[in-house]
Every structure is written in structure tokens, then in C-alpha cells.
Design a protein around this ligand. Sequence first.
Ligand SMILES: [Zn+2]
Length: 295
Amino acid sequence: MKKLNYIILGIIVSILIALYVLFPSAPNNLYIKYFGSKITIDKKDNTSKDVEPVQPNDSPKETDDKEGFEPGPDTPSPTPIEDEKDTIMIEGKLILTDPASLTVLVNKERNLPENYTPNNLVIGDFTKINYVLKQQIDKNRVRIEVLPYLEQLFAKAKADGITIYVSSAYRSYNTQKSIFAWNQSVYGAEKANTISAHAGQSEHQTGLAIDFTSKSVNFDLVERFEQTPEGIWLANNAYKYGFILRYPKNKSNITGYVYEPWHFRFVGQELASEIHKNDLTLEEYFKENSAIAEP
Ligand SMILES: [Zn+2]
């Protein structure tokens, strides 16, 4: 009986060896089928159960190494690249197709859609943020993403003995239209265009721009704000909280606007640091990045 057992065992071992020789890749195939493809599908296409991943046709593919890393929906892209595809031409005007982007570049060439209103505008706690007018009004509103950074900025300013105020943040398309019309009637069209924006061309419509002021300039928006302790503090510190001085001195030819030491724009901390440390405007930053993107 023992001999028979050895014969049976020998036959089983022989069959296993024969199978391995004939189908050496079987275990790998099984692994890919049950584990490898699952990982691939999770990364690229949650809906498809096909082993071959379906090529997504809505996301532009530029480089292969981009495939490996996809930031989550909560991660804003730290280095967005200006792309002509982010605008469409309507009646001779470039209209932004992604006006809600935290890094959107709005200027005299790049217009916000007439009907664009951020859907998450909020007013901060009056005990944490100083407002010139402590009221529930449009000009005190900012995008909800900006609020925690604004609160931190005010907390640090206060700790440093600096008292700044929010003069004006969000402004609707129609309000901007009225402001421009008023400036035009007083100063003429050409000057009006350098001191105020045409409707659709104001960053204030994004809910990401804030005009700051102080008691030392009678709560006005004036150039001498730059010499006040408040203006100096903002120029040196705002970037730490994600805000850039949007219309710097001697850059009017690039931004299209006169120096505005009071106007700050939220772009996120990483981008703000990059722009502040390299003494750039948002326009210059995007141009440099496009140059890198398109050699
Ligand atoms: Zn402003």
C-alpha cells in the first residue's frame, strides 16, 4: 500500500511540473486579472470593470508621467498654466470658461462671464475681521475658501498692533457697470479705464479680491496707504495668507492699472509666495509658466 501512495504522489508532482512548464505565466495572469487590473481601474475609471482601461476622452493628455499622479478634488493646482483653452471668444471678447478657479486671471483682455456670481460668498465674524461698514452687504462678502485665510491675516495683524479694515470685496457685474459709468462721466472713458474696470474685467466679481484700508487714510483707497504702517504691513505679510498685491508700482504697463497699494487678491499661499518672492504680477507669472509649458 505504501508503494501505491508513492506512485500516486509521483504522478501528482509530475502533473504539477508539467503544468508549470506549459503555462509558466499563469500565476502572473491570475494576479493581473484579480489585483492588477483592479488597481488600474480604481485609478483611471471607477465605472469600468474592463481589464483594459478605457481612455477617458474628457481629460486632455499631455505627458505620460501625469498619469501616475492625480490630485484629489480638494487640492487646488499649485501651478496652473495659462492656457488659451481657458477662454472662448464671444462677440470679439475673450470670456473665461473657468471663472470659479482660485487662480483665475482676470484683466482687460480676459473677461468674466456677465452672469457669473460665485455661489459661496460669505461675510466674516465682525469680532475677527474689521469692516468699514459692519453690515450684511455685498461688498463685505468673499468666497468661503478665502475666509479662514482672511481671519488669520487679521489675527496676525492685530497681534502685530496693526488695525486694518476691509473696505470692499465682492462686487457684482452690475455694480461694476455702474461704477465704471460713473467714473467715465467724471473722468472720461480713457482715465476711467485705468482707475476702474469695465464690467466683467474686475477681480472683485470673483469674490477673491479685497480692498483694504485704515483709519490713517480716513478709510479711503489712496496711494499714500503704501506709507502707512497698515499698508507696509500688508505689502510685507499678505502673501503669507495667500494674498498678492495685484497692481504693484511700476507695473501698470503689464497689469493695465495704476498702482493700488490697497487692492489684494487671494490666489492661495503657494502661488502668493512664488509671486511675492519673485516680485511678479499675476500676468508675468502666467506668461513665465506658459513659456515653460511650451518650449
Ligand atoms: Zn480693488
